[in-house]
Design a protein around this ligand. Structure first.
Ligand SMILES: Cc1cc2nc3c(=O)[nH]c(=O)nc-3n(C[C@H](O)[C@H](O)[C@H](O)COP(=O)(O)O)c2cc1C
Ligand code: SF4
Ligand code: FES
Length: 574
């Protein structure tokens, strides 16, 4: 049989099979040639243009032979706060090529990547089966010369071992087993109370979720019970549950950690949610940048499947993405899971009514689903007793960037940002004063010192034009170049835009050009006006929040430069 056909045959008929087949071709051959495109088109009943469209959408796919060595270097915010740019410049000098280029002999490529989920240990890089953390410019020679010490994907979990004193002041409901248990020991998980409530009536589970006040942890903070009640009320025979494990936000790594350290918690959360809403098929959409999480989840699902008393009511499949930040947005994710380009769908219809394959679908973030077992065991009211106001429960904040101690800090909502940094972070790594803190991922606001006493609740953050997002907190010291951060926000949007709507597709590129002009020639009244107009259009007219929220980091990061210009004290480049 044709070798390409042999590679892709196992994926024919599977959900998202075309993408999984292309991933398998990449793994086997290193690139997707014309024959592979023809074969995928034929097997998945697609046109060649459709397959080429898929290949060009995802950054993991390539249409020419790969270099002998591919080094991926994180250039996202948390690594930048710890010196990633100096590392990148040193790597470029050492290798004699620029980032995202290949050397003339075709043997080495330096590829930029936005976040490997190793933010607390950055700057980070990845080559083959090895992950590198805590890099600095002095490591460039060793990294290019292949003598740098890294962690194999099997061992990288050692990085996550936390000092005991770190844990004393936390309220770990979701992360309570992290570091204390063998992640893959299903028997121990069940003996500790796991999977004991899987037979509860649907109505009881729905009631506890309602009482808990749980809000989605993926970013928007939407009340979970509204989605659960909607899906449960749909009459359809086929309903899906989708776990969003795309965790693309830079400075966030809680999903990765919980999947690697306590995978059965996620499976139990999914089993309870599926039972509550009447779904019988579940999918975990995992980003491809998390190879260790993939290993562990695959094994956990296989052991769980081997226990029919636990798994008979729900099938769970692991789907690996192919490198596209936008596929974290739920409608883009559903398109991708159906094997297509991850173009955003207009809402309505909401996924809860018409989601995967047009059927009612409950889409939740990993942390939301991992909160469910505790809520069902201890009761929604107990969960709601943590936190403040409508920000109930705990949040695993993820602290990274220019701090001495980064990591997971699971505490009830409500602690002021400054207290969290002082109590847990131990000050900046550089020893300099904190200059800015970005809260809520790459689309989150850059907060300046006057906002550091804001309590970490959805409401308080919203009141100052910021958000909690997925709980990422990235600290920068007073050397931060905020104009460059604003430029990088536009650049990120331009790179990751799905291209469906004009304000984002063109706006981000024009915005980056405008910021480059400001970096070169300084702030001017015309430029401020143009930037304001552009941000207004993006906010109001973008189809989804990638374009709609990019003005948040841009406007907040530019505040000091604009204030300095308006008061006549302009400082170049800050
Ligand atoms: C540009 C963009 C990227 C997103 N990325 C993620 C992501 O990586 N993980 C996630 O859970 N939600 C992400 N979301 C939010 C999802 O669209 C959706 O709200 C979420 O998966 C719902 O789950 P929740 O209710 O548990 O938060 C993203 C949203 C946008 C607009
Ligand atoms: S805002 Fe950007 S990512 Fe969202 S639909 Fe428009 S082009 Fe696509
Ligand atoms: S690993 Fe670099 S920002 Fe997350």
């Amino acid at each position: 049989m044709d070798a390409t056909l042999t590679i892709i045959e196992p994926f024919v008929g599977q959900m998202g099979g075309s993408i999984s087949a292309l991933r398998a071709i990449m793994a086997e051959c290193g690139w997707v040639d014309d024959h592979a495109i023809d074969t995928v088109a034929e097997q998945f009943n697609l046109s060649r243009a459709e397959v080429k469209g898929i290949v060009s959408f995802y950054s993991d796919f390539r249409v020419e032979p790969p270099p002998a060595r591919l080094i991926q270097v994180c250039q996202a915010e948390a690594c930048q706060a710890r010196g990633a740019q100096r590392l990148i410049t040193a790597l470029e000098l050492e290798a004699g090529i620029t980032l995202d280029a290949r050397d003339p002999t075709g043997t080495l490529e330096l590829k930029s990547v936005h976040c490997l989920g190793l933010c607390a240990h950055g700057p980070a890089a990845w080559e083959g089966d090895t992950l590198y953390v805590g890099l600095s410019d002095t490591d460039a020679g060793a990294l290019i010369g292949s003598t740098c010490e890294g962690y194999s994907i099997q061992d990288v979990g050692k990085l996550d071992v936390e000092p005991p004193e770190w844990l004393t002041d936390q309220e770990r409901l979701i992360f309570r087993r992290m570091g204390n248990a063998d992640p893959l020991d299903l028997e121990a998980y069940c003996e500790a109370g796991g999977f004991q409530y899987a037979d509860l009536p649907s109505e009881t589970i729905l009631r506890e979720i309602r009482e808990s006040g749980l809000r989605g942890r993926g970013g928007a903070g939407f009340p979970a019970s509204i989605k659960w009640d909607t899906v449960a009320a749909e009459p359809s025979q086929t309903k899906y549950l989708v776990c969003n494990a795309d965790e693309g936000d830079s400075g966030t790594f809680a999903d990765r950690l919980i999947m690697e350290q306590d995978p059965y918690l996620l499976l139990e959360g999914m089993a309870l949610a599926a039972r509550a809403v009447g779904a019988s098929e579940g999918y975990i959409y995992l980003r491809s940048e998390y190879p260790r999480a993939a290993l562990i989840l695959r094994e956990a699902i296989s052991r769980w499947r081997a226990c029919p008393e636990l798994s008979q009511a729900l099938s769970i499949e692991l789907f690996i993405g192919a490198g596209a930040y936008i596929c974290g947005e739920e409608t883009s994710l559903l398109e991708s899971l159906e094997g297509k380009r991850g173009l955003i769908r207009a809402k309505p219809p909401l996924p809860a009514k018409e989601g995967l394959m047009g059927q009612p679908t409950l889409v939740h973030n990993v942390l939301t689903l991992c909160s469910v077992p505790w809520i069902v065991r201890q009761g929604g009211a107990s969960y709601a007793s943590f936190g403040e106001g409508a920000s109930t429960g705990t949040m695993p904040f993820q602290l990274s960037g220019n701090v001495r101690h980064g990591g997971i800090i699971e505490i009830p909502f409500g602690l002021p940002l400054r207290a969290l940094i002082e109590r847990y972070g131990g000050g900046t790594l550089s020893g300099r004063p904190i200059g800015a803190i970005q809260v809520g991922g790459p689309l989150g606001a850059y907060l300046l010192p006057e906002a550091f006493d804001t309590p970490l609740t959805y409401e308080a953050m919203q009141a100052i034009g910021a958000g909690i997002g997925h709980g990422g907190i990235v600290v920068f010291d007073d050397q931060v170049d905020l104009v460059e951060r604003a430029r990088a926000a536009f650049e990120f949007c331009a790179i990751e835009s799905c291209g469906k709507c004009t304000p984002c597709r063109l706006g981000a590129t024009r915005g980056e050009e405008l910021l480059q002009a400001i970096q070169r020639d300084g702030v001017s009244e015309d430029r401020i006006r143009l930037l304001d107009d552009l941000c207004d259009v993006m906010e109001r007219a973008s189809l989804c929040q990638l374009g709609g929220m990019t003005p948040i980091p841009v406007r907040s990061a530019l505040r000091p430069a604009i204030a300095a210009f308006e008061s006549g004290n302009e400082v170049q480049g800050r």
